[in-house]
Design a binder for this molecule. Sequence first.
Ligand code: ADP
Length: 429
Amino acid sequence: MPLLLGCIADDFTGATDLASMLVRHGMATVQVIGVPPAAERHGQASGLPDADAVVVALKSRTAPVPQAVAESLAAAEALLAAGARQLFFKYCSTFDSTDAGNIGPVADALLKRLAGGFALACPAFPANGRSIYQGYLFVGGSLLNESGMENHPLTPMRDANLVRVLGRQTDGAVGLVPFATVARGAGAIRDAMTRLKEGGRRYAIVDAVTDDHLMAIGEAAEGHALVTGGSGVAMGLPANFRRAGLLPERSDAATLPAPRGACAVVAGSCSRATLGQIGFARDHVPVLELDPLATPDAAALAAQALGWAEGRLAEDRPVVIAASAPPEKVAALQARLGRDAAGALVEQALAEIAAGLVARGVGRLVAAGGETSGAVVSRLGVTTLRIGAEIDPGVPWTFADTRPAGLHLALKSGNFGGRDFFLKAFEHG
Ligand code: ADP
């Protein structure tokens, strides 16, 4: 299938969120971890997997500006070499960035590469309470700068007016397509963007309060070389490709290879949701709680866990291996080893356990925790994830390209998922 939409996401879970959105709207989608290898110069191989949409997951949100720009441009080259007809730059629905960047500089560099001249910017995601009115971003009922985001440790958002925020990150002029125009539909939005472009604006913040608005904005962005925003505004893009006859109706966009092998969960998240999920699982399936304070050694913890799992692995229910602990236990390990070393020890142990479980026949694995997932994916050597159906909002099953047989993998950010997540994941998986 020809690649239609090439996406560059500035963090890992944001990439999965976008990929899930595209699958839900009928595009077969693959997430690639990190800048893909350069396309073969003379061959046909692009180095990218077969899909309607490819989402390249970078870790560029808070990287130094030159690095974020260079990685985003390298990702763009790979996507364009694979034939992408439109690029999408995905950032957070709370527009996480500082006055130094990286949203403005990355968008500037992509626009220059595409000779695009103009792009819309719309982080709105009404389903998650992010809406934009008169250029002001709201989180639920609060302005962005009164939502808690003003205290974010890395990207404090102290101004809710996105025209001003983006304006400080670019030497291009930033305009607004206001709510009253957006409410009149795709044609009115398109006309407004044309006028802004002709008037010398490089960007337009576009208001959006409902999914209908996002669909209309997506339709108005047909033919744009670059679209920028949160995963919400991407919902309107697949229909453009369908209307142009490029994207068949797909009822199977979320279909993954048949699951096989035993089931397991490794958990390193200490968030409240994950602790609740472990508590729930304890009443239903075998659960091992690691004690890194008693055994502060990754290899020894892994050996203990793999020994315990031996004889308990099954194809119809998971084993759960968790380092997750309440705050006082986490604090105790951190006091002994230091915060970074404590995190690294547990991540290394869980990654080793994940690899050992796969070697022992686990074919379906849930990793709980953002950093934990990163460590597991990296230890397993996963480079691409085909995106399947969601287990709970924001957490799809994926199929990883590990050798020899591939692996079903669900990467759960700490706070995601209902109490029964570790059981529910394997009901249909
Ligand atoms: P979340 O998505 O909830 O933030 P992460 O996996 O990103 O979860 O972060 C949890 C961090 O806590 C990881 O670095 C993990 O290694 C660490 N951790 C897990 N269990 C313990 C523990 N018992 N003591 C100290 N640190 C722990």
